[in-house]
Design a protein around this ligand. Structure first.
Ligand code: FEO
Ligand code: CA
Ligand code: CA
Ligand code: CA
Length: 642
């Protein structure tokens, strides 16, 4: 069925399409059970019929039926396939800052629409490929902190046909356009803009001095030729999602750090290090690799610096109020492909941080500090001393956090911090469908994680065994990851025992299974009952719950709008009601992009949304390079947006 067919449906046909799907085999029952947890089922079903009416009204462009319920402060928009951003009627968006825009007045002309940014200014402009971000009010000034996850090399090095650096300058351009941008914002009648030369403006990139905390700090595994102390790392890499601490600092999360390393010659290292390369995907093949940093910057050559990859893959703390602060890599929170970091406070005041490891078949983690958070008191040990645990999800919809300690893993604390994935494999953690962002509900004792997709879930090898992660843990279909070759993704929600994020037990359900009921009339591919033709999406990724309790879901999926993805359009941002399960589309991005990163101005009248790797010439138009950017979304009546 094409999107055009959907326009022609009557309300009856629409209801038919959204009928509860027939009970099938035992597998289907597991799925059904996962999405119909007591207390949630009623809401979803009640919503199911309402959604049908709503969706039809919306798609037909009528007004009466398309009026949003009060829970959603907007009229949902249709899927889009064009090259720009769309928001609901009564809302507007405006570009705030793009890759290459200056932070300092000497970099005012740093960006060239044909050549990008030269090495001289690469660390004085907004980085490329915006991702997680948070906003802070520091002494009345609005400070935005934004990750730049990676570079599109061909866009950044237009003089290099293959996109691979051909000189150390090329390497530095790429290195300095990634990391983190800290910038002060100001608002006037024209909207928001970056305050040039603000004392808070700062770029943190692949060569910025950092320090380590926690059990691996100073350990032999972190020592390199350049840093025999194992305490002074250079740079933060592949800064994906974000987090914030209750004490006002920023957490940047190092994800696919492995891709920057390569080998200029044969690699030999001890077996634990070699096993680590395999588990974390660090290539030891002698070739140019993905970035060819190692061709010009020996730090990234694992043949000569085998410990360098051990210095990335962490949660890194940055104080946006102090531009002189040396960022801290907190090894106690584990080394893996960190997506984001979402905090909660345990009943007794300890700090809890939930984290996902985004790779097929990797795990979900939780940090609980030893000390309690007391506003205004010393917080320096709260991400240093505590317990890291990993999630086990049972098919009976209960689960538990299993601590990673020398007693449970047989590894010492430093090795647990550096080879966290291997430690987690030892305690039987549940292999997940790529955990992306986690969001903690600010007003209810529950948290959510986007499990974006997993093409290898349940897939068999030639010998009949099931595919595993790189550590050999099988990706068998289970209740929390209930679909083989999962192409749409799902969002799991858990409620800690006793409403205490510090408790080790939890119960869980699936908040939504994305799917396409217009292509698959029934079965798991149709998705859960809160998916309908009006809110189709795939691959949930970014996620933030706002102060009103709405769940904002951003997608990073297949946007070809064909076949199994027909009717989904470009990547997008939707809002979900945690109580009813109802989900509505709020924003669509330009084609080719991923929508990622979300925060609000202090007065909550502006929402900042990140547009990463747009495929067209957005936002500058024909003849210009595509530029990732942060956009500011406001209500035309000046009202609150979250
Ligand atoms: Fe950088 Fe898993 O997204
Ligand atoms: Ca992501
Ligand atoms: Ca993703
Ligand atoms: Ca991305």
């Amino acid at each position: 069925m094409t999107p055009k067919d959907i326009h022609d449906l009557s309300a009856d046909e629409w209801d038919e399409l959204n009928d509860p799907r027939p009970e099938g085999n035992d597998f289907d029952k597991v799925v059904e059970r996962a999405i119909s947890r007591r207390g949630f089922l009623g809401g979803v079903l009640a919503f199911g019929s309402g959604a049908a009416v709503m969706g039809t009204g919306l798609l037909k462009g009528t007004t009466a039926m398309a009026q949003p319920a009060s829970r959603f402060p907007f009229t949902p928009i249709a899927a889009q396939t064009d090259g720009t951003v769309h928001v609901p009627e009564g809302y507007s968006w405006k570009t705030l800052v793009r890759w290459g825009d200056p932070l300092f007045s000497d970099a005012a002309n740093a960006y060239d629409p044909k050549a990008g940014v030269s090495v001289e200014f690469a660390d004085r402009v907004m980085g490329e490929n915006t991702d997680g971000m948070e906003l802070y009010n520091v002494d009345g000034r609005e400070i935005l902190v934004v990750n730049s996850e990676y570079t599109n090399n061909k866009v950044n090095l237009p003089h290099r046909e293959d996109g691979l650096p051909g000189s150390l300058d090329d390497v530095r351009i790429l290195q300095h356009l990634q990391g983190v941008t800290v910038m002060e914002l100001a608002q006037n009648d024209d909207g928001w803009s970056v305050v040039l030369d603000s004392p808070y403006n700062r770029r943190i990139h692949h060569n910025t001095p950092m320090t380590f905390s926690g059990p691996a700090a100073g350990h032999d595994l972190l020592k390199t030729e350049a840093d025999p102390t194992g305490m002074a790392s250079l740079g933060t890499m592949n800064n994906c999602g974000s987090g914030r601490t209750p004490w006002g600092t920023y957490l940047t999360c190092e994800e696919n750090f492995n891709g920057y390393f390569g080998a200029a010659s044969e690699v030999s290292a001890d077996s634990m290090v070699m096993d680590g390369f395999k588990r974390y995907g660090v290539s030891t093949k002698v070739d140019a690799g993905r970035y060819n940093y190692h061709g010009f910057d020996a730090r990234f050559d694992v043949a000569t610096n085998p410990n360098e990859p051990h210095r990335a893959g962490y949660i890194v703390e940055i104080d946006p109020a102090n531009p002189d602060m040396t960022p801290i890599k907190h090894t106690a929170l584990g080394r893996f492909k960190h997506e984001n970091a979402a905090y909660g406070i345990a009943a007794d005041g300890r700090v809890v941080v939930y984290m996902g490891d985004d790779e097929r078949g990797e795990f979900m983690y939780r940090w609980v500090s030893n000390g309690i958070y007391v506003p205004g008191e010393d917080t320096s040990s709260l991400l240093v001393e505590g317990t890291l645990s990993v999630a086990v999800f049972e098919d009976d919809m209960n689960g538990r956090w299993v601590p990673l300690t020398p007693a449970t893993t047989g590894m010492d604390a430093a090795h647990i911090a550096v080879f966290t994935r291997m430690a987690a494999s030892k305690v039987g953690a549940t292999t997940m469908d790529r955990p992306e962002w986690i969001a903690v509900h600010p007003n209810a004792s529950e948290a959510y994680c986007c499990l974006t997709n997993n093409s290898r879930r349940g897939v068999l090898n030639d010998d009949g065994t099931v595919r595993t992660n790189a550590g050999g843990d099988p990706m068998t279909v289970n209740a929390v990851n209930p679909r083989d070759t999962n192409k749409y993704g799902q969002i799991v929600r858990w409620r800690p025992e006793g409403g205490d994020h510090g408790a080790d037990g939890f119960s869980w359900d699936l908040y939504v299974m994305a799917g396409n009921p217009t292509v698959h009339a029934d079965g798991p591919m149709a998705g859960s009952a809160n998916i309908n033709a009006g809110n189709l999406f795939n691959s949930p990724d970014g996620m933030v719950i706002d102060s009103t309790g709405l769940i904002w879901i951003q997608t990073d999926g297949d946007d070809d709008n064909e076949g199994d993805f027909a009717g989904m359009g470009n990547n997008q941002m939707l809002a979900g009601d945690p109580v009813t399960g109802r989900i509505e589309r709020f924003l669509t991005g330009p084609n080719g992009c991923e929508v990622t990163g979300l925060c609000w101005s202090t007065d909550r009248r502006t929402m900042f949304v990140g547009i990463q790797h747009p495929g067209s010439n957005w936002p500058d138009g024909e003849g210009n390079l595509p530029r990732s950017a942060v956009v500011a979304v406001t209500r035309d009546d000046g009202g609150l947006v979250g």
